[in-house]
Design a binder for this molecule. Structure first.
Ligand SMILES: [Ca+2]
Ligand SMILES: [Ca+2]
Length: 218
């Protein structure tokens, strides 16, 4: 048989059935290919293409050089198209530009990928902390008010505080509202002692963690 019989003339296309790929986050297309082109004008090519819908095709690779031997290819598809449950792969062997001897072969094709499943991490809730109690101290530093207190200790029924709620009022019997939530047992009320902020300054501090505020906090 002459070598230019039983070889590619024009275009020969091999298309996969639809593949269920929507669940994947990555996919590698892997195969071995044989491509031979010679004896005439080009372009003579072997193209690998992929499609999400079987209609619009995107190029994976195009081979024009004759290898005349089995060559391995492995190409990640996640940057080429979005994955669907109708993903198709096709190979297009073309003898263009006039008769050439064009031969193409494929073997050992597989698609392998990964899906990443991330569950939200839910740490076990802490037991709410002991109270700051009467450890709160206030002192003036220039025109600022420096507050400091003792971080309440952990014991059998209480976990450490992870932050504190600082409330402020202009009278001791009420009217408090939150002004800060520091994570260490101190806070500076900047300008709290300035001439522009005359009058009484009352502060309360409550310990808090993921289990809630200290017992008795409003
Ligand atoms: Ca041909
Ligand atoms: Ca040709």
């Amino acid at each position: 048989m002459p070598p230019n019989q039983a070889e590619v003339d024009g275009t020969t296309i091999l298309t996969s059935p639809p593949l269920q790929a929507a669940a994947f986050d990555t996919l590698d297309l892997h195969y071995w290919r044989w491509f031979y082109a010679g004896g005439g004008p080009g372009p003579d090519t072997l193209r690998a293409e992929v499609s999400s819908d079987g209609t619009a095709w995107r190029l994976v690779e195009e081979v024009a050089a004759r290898a005349n031997s089995w060559q391995e290819a492995r190409i990640g598809l996640e940057d080429i198209l979005s994955f669907s449950d109708t993903l198709r792969v096709r190979f297009v062997a073309s003898d263009g530009g006039g008769e050439s001897i064009v031969e193409a072969g494929l073997d050992d094709l597989d698609l392998a990928g990964e899906k990443f499943v991330c569950d939200p991490f839910m740490p076990a809730p802490l037991a709410r902390p002991n109270a700051v109690g009467d450890s709160l101290r206030a002192s003036a530093r220039g025109w600022d008010v420096l507050l400091s207190w003792t971080s309440p200790p952990r014991d059998a029924g209480h976990d450490p505080a992870t932050e504190f709620r600082v409330d402020r009022s202009t009278r001791p019997d009420g009217g408090f509202s939150q002004v800060a939530s520091p994570t260490s047992p101190q806070w500076v009320d900047t300008g709290g002692a300035a001439p522009s902020a005359p009058g009484l300054h009352c502060y309360t501090v409550y310990a808090r963690n993921s289990g809630g505020l200290e017992a008795g906090a409003p």
